[in-house]
Design a protein around this ligand. Structure first.
Ligand code: MSP
Length: 542
């Protein structure tokens, strides 16, 4: 049963559809998936949202260069993201597209509401614009006349525009940041945001008239809504904002069904919009921190909606020490890696290799080393030899024993008790590090106990064998639980072989003694977890 009192809302950035997904996109999404899976397993009512950002000049220009309509480009490219996320085993509840009907309606509604409240007003805009970043820039923020973020040339624009009042909310936002130390994470990112706000916020231009690919302002369709304003609202759409504020005769049921939105998920959202917003966490890349910790909270303050609990900015992946770029031809393609090595090793590597929040360097050599030594050797061998011993010595029946190894169990319990805090702090690599220390402790315990040397005809030794086998099986069940959010497929395989319900099928982690009761038999079948790789990366046959 879902615990109706506990809600957890986790989001990724929505990805631009001007190009196919790369490793950075996989990264944000895998990390959010890990949290979603852990929280579900802990009994939370989880809403996990990801999707694509499909409007704006950048997309329009890309479509033009390919000789197709922007919507066609979005239709083609968004599929690539969906395919990637499916092959990465991402358990999103909704894949939102900013061209979805309910999103368009939400954006228009929010825009009109803010006009009525006086927080959006019409005026003139003249200034600089960076198209690749879809960002308005002030004269003084330019670096040698170029965009301070990406270094590329900027365009001068002059047009009528709607503006969002930012100044009005400066103090409230600073107060929120000050009173909520967990709002901006990692904490070392807080200063850059606070100083940006303290320099004084200029009202933000939130509409454009110079191109067409965007959501029109209702009643003034010469203007299309600024792509970042549009994009940030996806978090409102996904939680069911239209249902929450359906005071305008909006026909929820029909309109949302037309928009292809799952009716059940929607019924859930109908009542739960605020519950989800009360426990909202965003995972983003460090480059889009300002949008999520300045503009977005101000939009929410203006709408009188609770602000996110956390905005976690992760670092960037480099490839062999260099920034990934199309022109350098060094963009890591996650699809190729998954096809060659499987999705769990990629998920594992991304989360284990660097502390979440810092930049990382993707090298195939390190990837393969971790695969062979940690996944194939430490984890894969542990599981296969333990199950083989259980079959050989006990016909697959998990023996009972009153002598469980207390050291192993104490370690498992400590680890279990550390999880809530560690996940709350996004300490993914630490969780894996601890889990693999535990795995190696089990390996050492088995090696030291050397069950293969035991004389099964000797009663004392036979009892010792019961103890080793039972202690190890219980420990491996813990391992399966610890790794589940990171490597759901691998945990599923272990649970299948242990003959216990898979966590991905709604199985809960149970007290091991309630699972492995007298006469409990593991499965007769074995599944290979991680075939060994040779250094060039191809899987060894046989
Ligand atoms: N569409 C906006 C986000 C709108 S959210 C309301 C956007 N899209 S993006 O496709 O350009 O980037 C999406 C995310 O991918 C960003 O969080 C960005 O930090 C991340 N990454 C892009 N390249 C990356 C790496 N090389 N490494 C890690 N993450 C990187 O911004």
């Amino acid at each position: 049963m879902k615990n109706k009192g506990n809600f957890f809302y986790i989001t990724t950035p929505i990805y631009y559809v001007n190009d196919v997904p790369h490793i950075g996109h996989a990264y944000s999404t895998v990390s959010a998936d890990i949290l979603a899976r852990f929280k579900r397993l802990s009994g939370f009512n989880v809403l996990f949202l990801t999707g694509t950002d499909e409007h704006g000049l950048k997309i329009e220009k890309e479509a033009l260069s390919r000789g197709i309509f922007p919507k066609e480009l979005a239709d083609n490219v968004h599929i690539k993201f969906k395919e990637l996320f499916n092959s990465l085993d991402i358990s999103y509840d909704r894949f939102i597209r900013t061209t979805d009907e309910d999103h368009i309606k939400t954006v228009q509604k929010v825009f009109s509401e803010l006009i009525s409240k006086g927080d959006i007003y019409l005026s003139d805009y003249e200034g600089w614009y960076c198209t690749p970043c879809e960002t308005f820039l002030t004269e003084k923020s330019l670096l040698n006349g170029n965009c301070p973020e990406c270094g590329r040339p900027v365009e001068r624009i002059k047009e009528k525009s709607y503006f969002l009042r930012l100044k009005k909310y400066e103090e409230k936002l600073l107060k929120y940041i000050d009173e909520n130390p967990d709002f901006i994470k990692p904490s070392f990112r807080k200063n850059e945001v606070v100083s940006f706000i303290k320099e004084g916020l200029n009202d933000l231009s939130v509409s454009r008239t110079s191109f067409k690919w965007g959501i029109p302002v209702s009643g003034d369709d010469e203007h299309i809504i600024y792509v970042w304003f549009d994009a940030l609202i996806n978090y409102l759409t996904g939680a069911g904002y239209l249902n929450y504020r359906r005071d305008d005769g909006y026909d929820t049921e029909n309109d949302l069904t037309d928009a292809g939105v799952n009716a059940d998920a929607n019924a859930d959202n109908e009542n739960n919009f605020i519950n989800y917003f009360d426990n909202l966490h965003h995972i983003i890349g460090k480059d889009i921190l300002k949008f999520h910790t300045v503009y977005w909270p101000i939009m929410l303050l203006a709408l009188d909606i609770p602000l996110p609990k956390t905005v976690f900015a992760h670092g960037w992946w480099l490839m062999d020490g260099k920034k990934m770029s199309k022109s350098l031809g060094n963009v890591v393609n996650p699809v190729e890696i998954i096809n060659t090595y499987g999705e769990d090793p990629l998920r594992y590597y991304l989360m284990r290799e660097v502390t979440f929040g810092l930049d990382g360097d993707f090298t195939l050599k390190n990837f393969i080393t971790r695969y062979n030594s940690e996944l194939a050797n430490d984890l894969g061998n542990l599981v296969s030899r333990l199950l083989a011993m259980l079959r050989k010595y006990r016909n697959g029946v998990v023996p009972m024993s009153s002598e469980i190894n207390t050291d192993l169990i104490a370690n498992a319990l400590n680890l279990r008790d550390s999880l809530d805090k560690r996940y709350e702090n996004f300490e993914f690599s630490k969780i894996l590090e601890d889990a693999f220390l535990f795995i190696n402790k089990i390996n050492k315990y088995i090696n030291d106990s050397a069950p293969w040397k035991i004389d099964v005809n000797n009663e004392t030794e036979n009892k010792f064998l019961d103890s080793v086998l039972r202690s190890s099986v219980i420990s491996v069940y813990y391992v399966s639980y610890f790794i589940y959010p990171f490597m759901p497929g691998t945990s599923d395989k272990i649970n299948f072989m242990l003959n216990v319900k898979r966590f991905s099928d709604g199985g809960k982690f149970l007290v091991p003694d309630d699972v492995f009761k007298e006469g409990f038999k593991i499965s007769d079948e074995s599944v290979m977890l991680f075939p060994r790789l040779n250094i060039s990366g191809s899987k060894n046959q046989g």
